[in-house]
Ligand binder design. Structure first.
Ligand code: ZN
Length: 332
């Protein structure tokens, strides 16, 4: 929106809409829309605060809404309480000032307080560090390579690039839902992390859900996605008994939403058409103490699946499906 041209100042040095009503230095025209928006919000905020003072006492002891600012945010019709965007001001005048709805901030941020760890499988530069990634680490049931290079399409689009791209898209979607999101790697380290460290990152974050993103490297003609669930493992450093059930719930929800969002079918070569596979040989699952699944989004070695995996629009659908599954799981 624009209230004035770049070289005019129709409100003059003492802006009648200035809530402080006092002369102040001429400001950049770029600031005016925000000023007007803020000024428009003040009456609504005041009414909201008054309504809060009148009605809100009964709700004292609620989760964090026990101050005037929170009530004002509701009254002004800005569910997030953010005054940062001038475009938000339109909704303030259309809402009834002072109406206290149940929890608009929760509706806007249903995953507020939840922690999600995204594990982008492999690492784009693992291939330059073969000695490091071939080092064996303890995964409870046995010892296994620290990490692997992952697969790629026939045209050279690597699994590691795919996983990081989907992870970024997924992170954006989950943050929009209010979640705290952490990645195990963000192209910011020369190799790895090793699979045991990937698990520990989720554990240390006390993640409410962890998803490890992958794409498979199977034969041409093998198509579709599958979600890998942790088996019940109690051996050495591994004890998945507490996470088997919640991880299965998480995996089923992700599989359903992934299928719907992407239109992809469950794998035609593993999982008997369910899109679900349980494994006890993955350190990233064996060493997890928080609900965690892997998803193999498709088969990079199949021409038709590769056409999907290399499409940014399809990867967005993939991230959307995974995000929706996580949201369903965490909202219960
Ligand atoms: Zn992989």
């Amino acid at each position: 929106m624009s209230y004035s041209g770049p070289h005019s100042d129709p409100f003059g040095p003492t802006d009648p809409y200035d809530p402080y009503g006092s002369p102040r230095p001429r400001r950049s025209p770029l600031r005016r829309p925000l000023t007007v928006a803020l000024a428009a919000l003040v009456p609504g905020a005041l009414l909201g605060w008054l309504a809060y003072e009148t009605l809100g006492g009964a709700e004292s002891g609620g989760d964090g809404g026990s101050n005037g600012a929170a009530g004002a945010g509701v009254g002004a019709g800005t569910p997030t309480g953010s005054l940062g965007s001038p475009s938000d001001s339109g909704s303030g005048s259309s809402d009834t000032p002072g109406t206290l709805s149940a929890s608009p901030s929760q509706e806007a941020a249903p995953l507020k307080g939840k922690v999600v760890v995204i594990d982008p499988g492999h690492n784009v530069t693992n291939s330059q560090h073969t000695a490091e990634i071939n080092r064996k680490v303890d995964i409870g049931t046995n010892r296994k390579e620290c990490d692997t290079t992952g697969t790629s399409t026939d045209s050279g689009y690597s699994e590691a690039r795919f996983t990081l791209d989907v992870a970024h898209r997924l992170r954006t979607l989950l943050r929009e839902q209010g979640a705290t999101v952490k990645l195990t790697q963000d192209g910011d380290r020369p190799f790895g992390p090793c699979v045991d460290e990937r698990a520990r990152i989720g554990n240390a974050a006390h993640a409410d859900a962890v998803v490890s993103i992958h794409a498979d490297g199977s034969a041409e003609g093998n198509r579709g996605f599958h979600v890998i669930l942790p088996a019940s493992v109690h051996e050495g450093a591994a004890d998945t008994r507490a996470i088997v059930a919640p991880s299965k719930d998480l995996g089923k929800l992700i599989a359903d939403d992934f299928a719907r969002s992407t239109g992809s079918s469950p794998s035609n070569y593993i999982g008997d058409g369910t899109g679900l596979v349980t494994r006890q040989d993955l350190g990233g699952l064996n060493l997890s103490t928080v609900p965690k699944v892997f998803i193999e989004c498709g088969n990079m070695r199949d021409t038709k699946d590769a056409a999907l995996l290399t499409s940014g629009a399809w990867r967005q659908k993939a991230a959307q499906g995974i995000s929706e599954g996580i949201v369903s799981f965490l909202r219960g």
